[in-house]
Design a protein around this ligand. Structure first.
Ligand code: IMP
Ligand code: MG
Length: 175
C-alpha cells in the first residue's frame, strides 16, 4: 500500500530550539577541545548541517554511510558500511550524529566499529529517539527529542527515500 505524509508532529520552531540546545550542550561539554562530527548518511545530513552551525568549538566533519533499513520501515538488524570516513579518528573526540534511533542496532554496531579505532572519546547525538523500540542497550549522550512509536518523515528522514526535504517532522499515513 502506498504511504502518504500525514499530520505534523514537530514544528520547524521546535526543531530549531532543539538544535540550539544540543549545540550549546556540546559546546559547553567540550570547551577547549576540538570535536570530530561524523554524520550518518543520509538521514542526518540536515540535522548535521544545522547542529554544527551551533557549535562554538573547532570542529571537523565527515560522513559515514551504513545500510540498516531497506526501502520500508523495518530494521534488518544488519549493518554494513557503504561509505567510510576518510580520516583517522585515533585520539580525537568523536561525536556520531544520527537522525533517529529506533532499535539501536545501527548505532550499536557503528559504535563498536568506531571504538576499535581508538578515539579519545566517543559520544552519540541523535535528533530523535524512539526509546520504546530499543532492542539493544546504548548510551546516548545528546538526544534532541523523544517521540512515540510512530514512523516519521521530514528534516532528513525518509520513507523509501522520499520526504527528506520536508522542513518539519510529519507522521506517515497509510494511503
Ligand atoms: P535502528 O537501527 O533500528 O536504530 O534504525 C535507525 C535508522 O532507521 C535511522 O537512522 C533511520 O534511517 C531509520 N529509521 C528509524 N525510524 C525511522 C522513522 O521513524 N522514520 C524514518 N527513518 C527511520
Ligand atoms: Mg533511513
Amino acid at each position: 500500500m502506498a504511504k502518504q505524509v500525514g499530520e505534523q508532529l514537530i514544528t520547524k520552531a521546535e526543531i530549531e530550539a532543539m538544535v540550539e540546545r544540543l549545540g550549546a550542550e556540546i559546546s559547553r561539554d567540550y570547551a577547549g577541545e576540538e570535536v570530530f562530527f561524523i554524520g550518518v548518511l543520509r538521514g542526518a545530513f540536515i540535522f548535521m548541517a544545522d547542529l554544527v552551525r551551533r557549535i562554538q568549538l573547532p570542529c571537523r566533519i565527515d560522513f559515514i554511510s551504513v545500510s540498516s533499513y531497506g526501502a520500508g520501515t523495518e530494521s534488518s538488524g544488519f549493518v554494513k558500511i557503504i561509505k567510510d570516513i576518510d580520516v583517522d579518528i585515533e585520539g580525537r573526540n568523536v561525536i556520531v550524529v544520527e537522525d533517529i534511533i529506533d532499535s539501536g542496532l545501527t548505532l550499536s554496531k557503528l559504535v563498536e566499529l568506531l571504538r576499535a579505532r581508538k578515539p579519545k572519546s566517543l559520544a552519540l547525538c541523535t535528533a530523535f529517539d524512539k526509546p520504546s523500540r530499543r532492542q539493544v542497550d546504548i548510551e546516548v549522550q545528546y538526544c534532541g527529542m523523544q517521540i512515540p512509536d510512530k514512523f516519521i518523515v521530514g528534516y532528513g528522514l525518509d520513507f523509501a527515500e522520499l520526504y527528506r526535504n520536508l522542513p518539519e517532522i510529519n507522521l506517515l499515513e497509510e494511503g
